[in-house]
Design a protein. Sequence first.
Length: 509
Amino acid sequence: MRDAKTGPSANEIAEIWASLSVRERLARLLLIRSAAGPDGLPSEATLAAAGAGVGGFHGPPLHAYPPLQAVDGSREFIAALRAHARRSHRLEPLIAANAETGLAYTTGAGGTDVPYPAALGELDPTRSRTAGRAVGQDLRASGYDWCFQPVADVRSTLDDPVIGVRAFGSDPELVAAHVREYGLGLQDAGVIATVKHLPGHGDASVDSHHGRPMVARTAVEQDRHLRPFAEAARAKLASMMTAHMMFEDAQERGVSTFDPAICTDLVRHQLGFEGILVSDSLRMKAVSAEYSPAEAAVLCLRAGCDVANVKCPPEQVGEVLDGLEHALAQNRLSEERVYEAFTRILTTQMSLAPNPDPTHQVAAEASPILADELRVAAVGQPQLDVAADDVLTVVMYQPPGEAPDAEAFGSTLSRVIGHPIRVQYEFTPQIDVAVVISYGQAGPTSWEQDVIARTEQAGIPAVVFLAGAPDLLERYTGALPAVAVPALDVFGMPSLSGFSAGFGRILGR
């Protein structure tokens, strides 16, 4: 990514800095949510935030759009947002996406679907570069230039409730190799890669979306968790993201996102990382239960983060900027720290190469790749004798948030698998042939165990699909046959590649 352009000179950065007000300089350090109006274009509040100089936006909220509209709508939304920012001042914002299995993870539809890292981790690292490049091409063609991938956590506890399928594995050298290749694949496509979640979330037994993880590590254990981040720094991946966690022996320093020992000493001096350090979402309960968005932004920037991922709605930008300005006036946040962060953001953004493939076309419906290479583990005889016209019922827990509804998910699965699928979020005795999906990242949940037992008692042809973390098969105690391939994360977001591989085994293909 950095070879095509060297980035701005110190004089260029100083000139841009001088052209902005104090409030606009601070706004460059924020990453917020975007919102759409009735026409699918940026809402008035989103445009106002861009006009105020906000430097980063989470991509448009298009999960509810039909496939074609989602792909085209994303591109149009982002183009309108960038154009408004240019009219207000000469700087465009960065547009970010999680895209953990591809473009559809963010938009709800479209692009190339790639396997979760847990499945990629069992392949040669070159396949992670293939996946990263495919995701990057779709993102760049759709207007995005920042991706919050790859996950560099070394998963080292079976009780992990949130990382699960998102980690490449538990071997730090293997994880490091895949992180490097996936990140370079993204940057081959001209997209900023983000290595997350520093200093490693893979040994936490609390989901930081809902609470504050506390971990204890020896020096040797810490080295294992940091190895992929060190490799990312050597490979010059462009950004890293912090985790909201605490160490038992350093509780007085607080959560790692607010800790200079992590965000400055570790990142800059020990790892030698030169790119953007962005906080994980400051709306997560590990932080937001105690701190306001403005205070959390002050604390993470002061500790050494360059971007405060406030993830607030655009209507709240004013009060966050008020808090930052007050902190600057009170010397709780220094101008030197703001300038340092401003410089890193601008240097990275202005070093982005032009779109390497401006002719790249993004498919309206997500299409899986690498599915035929994925390893599918099995216990018992999981192949079902299903006639071509039989409707196969999928029973699974309905995840919260923006996961696809049953009808949309069933339609997508039917297309990908090539067989009629009906998805429902409760068990009913009228089912003729069933696949029960378990995706608890730390093993089947109590709800999933209950549904598995009821399906077994019903005496119908059935298979359990363990779609969460790859070691779930070790914790599966049911009598029904089962297949296991990472295909769903804790948020209920699917990898069509994983489903294609798992259902191929179930249907004998």
